[in-house]
Design a protein around this ligand. Structure first.
Ligand SMILES: [Zn+2]
Ligand SMILES: [Zn+2]
Length: 257
């Protein structure tokens, strides 16, 4: 379940029987409330990266519940934690949890994948991939972020994408500026506008849909490449350089109003 926090964060809580795992608890309060309301015991806390809106509640939750904290090996956390990295596999609540290194937004950002989750695989990707967009590149490089996008794009298409923020509508506005003739994107935008009008989250997204509508997963598509080249005035050489196109796409989004 998605617990709303702050203005646009989601804290993802996953449960099995009376046990629960929470991802990126930026605030302890909504998590403690959900635990009490559903009679759940918190077993583990998964952290994707060090930003305050993702770790702000970790210490309090760890102290109150005794849950084990897992976080990126290459980042600092406000508490003691078990470091994880690419290749780490955890067993939590009867589920295998695989860790991917997805640097770019921060230098050590990780994502968590549940490949055998009931129904379809689940991805907790923090601030790396958003529905219709991707995180800002604060600490990493465009090349790293593109490699992270590629790694997530290779997951099964029915993967449920659990992002940490409800940024979908503003991302889709930008996506429509990049690919005005993408009919899947137009249909998805209408669908998400409807959800938000009803006060519902647009998440989890589905990876297969994201591959059709998210320009940051489509940076190699000729339409996206051309739009970016035109907007940023890229030379023919730059236009054939995947990293240059991705970097210009991200900068275009940074300035997009
Ligand atoms: Zn962040
Ligand atoms: Zn965030």
């Amino acid at each position: 379940m998605a617990l709303p926090a702050f203005s646009d964060n989601y804290l993802w809580l996953w449960q099995q029987g009376q046990l629960a795992v929470v991802v990126d608890p930026g605030d302890a309060e909504p998590v403690l409330q959900a635990l009490a309301e559903h009679g759940l015991t918190l077993k583990a806390i998964l952290v994707t990266h060090h930003h305050a809106d993702h770790v702000g509640g970790v210490r309090q939750l760890q102290e109150t519940t005794g849950a084990e904290v897992f976080g990126p090996a290459r980042e600092d956390m406000p508490t003691t934690f078990t470091p994880v990295m690419q290749g780490t596999a955890l067993e939590l609540l009867g589920q295998t949890v695989q860790v991917l290194d997805v640097p770019g937004h921060t230098a050590g950002h990780v994502a968590y994948v549940l490949p055998n989750a009931p129904q379809t695989p689940v991805l907790f990707c923090g601030d790396t991939l958003f529905s219709g967009g991707c995180g800002r590149i604060f600490e990493g490089t465009p090349a790293q972020m593109l490699a992270s996008m590629d790694q997530l794009a290779a997951l099964p298409t029915d993967t449920r994408v659990c992002c940490a923020h409800e940024y979908t509508l503003s991302n889709l506005r930008f996506a429509c500026a990049v690919e005005p003739r993408n009919t899947a994107l137009q249909a998805y935008t209408a669908h998400c506008q409807q959800l938000r009008a009803e006060g519902k989250p647009t998440l989890p997204a589905q990876l297969g849909t994201e591959l059709q509508i998210n320009p940051f997963l489509r940076a190699r598509h000729p339409d996206v490449r051309q739009a970016v080249a035109h907007h940023a005035g890229l030379s023919a050489n730059e236009q054939n350089d995947d990293v240059a196109v991705f970097a210009a796409l991200r900068e275009w989004k940074n300035d997009f109003k």
